[in-house]
Design a protein around this ligand. Structure first.
Ligand code: JHZ
Length: 415
């Protein structure tokens, strides 16, 4: 039996504006940690689970979870996510860097700091142009991989104290990049204050994270997990950074990770038209009112029952089912939908750090993609549905030999 983890706390006020007006959107129940892979064959007795409750703030519109799991538990020595295993993400980072260099003109005399720099998949592109970089990431494995490819990396959490230390060493950042990190931070104000301290007077902050409108409109409930404390609208992120002297000057909508936004903050640049456009669109879509979130819980439970019925039907017809992508979102989807090793034989993933481990909770073993050829299933559930096109293209032999892909989100579909 799983046990309730003890190393978490629960907030009773908004993580950004401090308001007590938090309204529940979805209770996901007790779930294991999304990246908490477990060693193959280990005991199920003491596997920790944590409550997961999504709420939204009626004052600043920030969607967030109530629970805060101890960060050292989330990003410990076994943290298995290495960005470089997803080629589309590496290319996305290259284009991002090209754009930042074009906009800011950073060069040999500049400093680019990336928060949650992972295995150096993004900073490598600045470094290739001779631009000095510094990565900051608390997860030891990815940080060591970055150092191995020549990216100087501090294996630490980014805090006000660390920002002060860098400032005292005259290491102000001309550009601060932070992709898929803002949501991961429990104390939003301390984090953004630290960014503001580290940023040179004319510096630029460029951040990316999944967009709350994509989350809600496509019911991407599996991207809700304990690493993701917050789910931002443009309104919510603008209010947060403005509190720390940084003005939102540009917003871009991106398809990565099921729909993200890239936001730019500055003390000196003037906002372009995109800011007003995104804010107006959010108002017309109703993002600032509770009606917007009303259907979400219902939609998530419908996906759960639809997917379970689909898989159970195939299984009772004697079909074999495997899954692709031992993604964090995959762990949440499987556990929330209670799809375990009685339905799915195994999961494959390119990331060799995940091989030999099992998906937490549901205990499905993880193998390299080649395993698909050894034990070819009839159906392949794409857990990393955000990389669906890339995966379908890579595994084109699978439908050619009679297999069918299943995509779970936004509605379960057999391709
Ligand atoms: P992926 C990640 O979540 C990490 P995850 C993190 N939790 C976060 O915040 C969000 O993104 C935004 C594998 N793969 O990136 C690699 C293949 O094997 O969708 C990964 O294990 N072959 C910090 O983990 C997984 O799939 C491939 O061809 O939910 C994808 O995980 C490709 C493309 C991927 O997100």
């Amino acid at each position: 039996m799983p046990v309730l983890g003890s190393d978490f706390t629960v907030v009773d006020a908004c993580r950004s504006c401090g308001s007590a007006h938090l309204e529940q959107v979805l209770d996901l129940g007790r779930l294991p940690l999304s990246d908490g892979l477990v060693p193959g064959g280990s005991s199920r007795e003491d596997e920790p689970v944590y409550p997961l409750t999504l709420v939204w703030c009626k004052d600043c519109s920030l969607v967030q979870i109530l629970e805060t799991v101890e960060p050292t538990t989330l990003y410990g020595s076994e943290y298995p996510y290495y960005s470089s295993f997803s080629p589309a993400l590496v290319e996305h980072a290259r284009l991002n860097v090209e754009g930042i260099i074009g906009r800011t003109g950073v060069g040999e005399g500049s400093l680019v700091v990336e928060l949650a720099s992972n295995d150096g998949y993004l900073l490598q592109w600045f470094a290739k142009e001779g631009i000095p970089v510094l990565g900051i990431d608390p997860a030891p494995g990815p940080a060591a991989a970055a150092e191995d490819r020549g990216i100087p990396t501090l294996c630490e959490f980014f805090t006000v104290q660390l920002a002060q230390r860098l400032v005292s060493e005259d290491r102000l950042a001309d550009v601060v990049v932070g992709n898929n990190v803002l949501a991961h931070v429990p104390d939003q104000n301390a984090f953004v204050e630290a960014i503001s301290m580290l940023l040179a007077p004319e510096g630029l902050v460029v951040m990316e994270f999944p967009y709350v409108r994509d989350l809600v409109d496509k019911c991407e409930f599996d991207t809700i997990y304990h690493e993701h404390h917050c789910y931002f609208s443009v309104h919510a992120v603008q209010a947060l950074f403005r509190r720390h002297g940084l003005e939102l000057v540009k917003v871009e909508h991106l398809s990565i990770h099921g729909g993200s936004i890239r936001v730019y903050f500055s003390r000196t640049d003037a906002p372009d038209d995109s800011v007003a456009r995104f804010l107006a669109d959010e108002i017309s879509a109703g993002v600032l009112g509770s009606g917007y979130y009303e259907r979400f819980a219902n939609d998530a439970t419908e996906i759960r029952s639809g997917l379970r019925e689909l898989l159970q039907g195939f299984k009772s017809d004697g079909k074999r089912i495997a899954a692709y992508g031992a993604a964090a979102k995959g762990a949440i989807l499987l556990n929330f939908c209670q799809i375990d090793d009685s339905l799915i034989d195994y999961v494959v993933d390119r990331n060799h750090h995940k091989h030999g481990w099992e998906m937490p909770g549901v205990r499905i073993p993880i193998h390299p993609p080649d395993h698909l050829r050894d034990e070819t299933p009839d159906y392949l559930l794409i857990l990393a549905w955000n990389f669906k096109d890339e995966i379908v293209e890579q595994q084109s032999w699978f439908p050619a030999s009679g297999g069918r892909f299943i995509v779970p989100i936004p509605v379960p579909e057999v391709l």
